[in-house]
Design a protein around this ligand. Sequence first.
Ligand code: PEP
Length: 247
Amino acid sequence: MTAPTPLIAGNWKMNGDSASLGEALATAAGLGSTKARVAICPSATLVSRMSDALKATNVQVGGQDCRAELSGAYTGDVAAEQLADAGAELVILGHSERRAGYGETNALVAAKTQAALRAGLEPIVCVGETLDERKAGKALEIVTGQVRGSLPAELAGQAFSVAYEPVWAIGTGLTPSTEEIVEVHRAIRATLNEIFGAHGATVAILYGGSVKPANAAEILHADEVGGALVGGASLKAADFLGIIAAV
Ligand code: PEP
């Protein structure tokens, strides 16, 4: 089985408007001969314009969430099919800000992941422990439990990635030690191998949580780290390119 191509995905969260498209274009223009696959996941309002703007480039566009249902009376929500129709190729699912802020359970994340596959989107499924869970020595148990509960059987043979994002490292400037990252990534790999057999080895396991140009090389070259999910540092092309260059 071939090792997965490293994926560097930017999560713009609830930031950016049409004036920010220049940062996406500057990212595309600055890629050079990177070995990485690069994606930007803006707010749903920007997916269509960003995918038009980046059409002739090597930067893919993704959504940040989707509803599990195909269509219906779900005011304010976006279906996976609508994201795909707007030009998205990937979608982030189960981000800790959605698990915590909207009560998203593993079962719901799994249903959303099925919806993403139905729409032809490549899921990036997020998992990660809180600080209390880490302090209680439960990081591996929590994360592997999330992997088992959030990944539906339909992912077998499909392209997807898992993002390990310790909740306490997101937007805080704190990062786990490289040893801690590797320990969790190895546990995720073992779980993927158990669930998906040989296909498990082809799944990129991204690290996310306060990745910036200064720490990217050490994190991205650690064992079993197959890329990064980047929040704050993906908003400016110069920072994002600094991370991409570290692959
Ligand atoms: C994220 O929200 O997925 C994230 C990793 O954020 P940050 O890089 O800002 O910590």
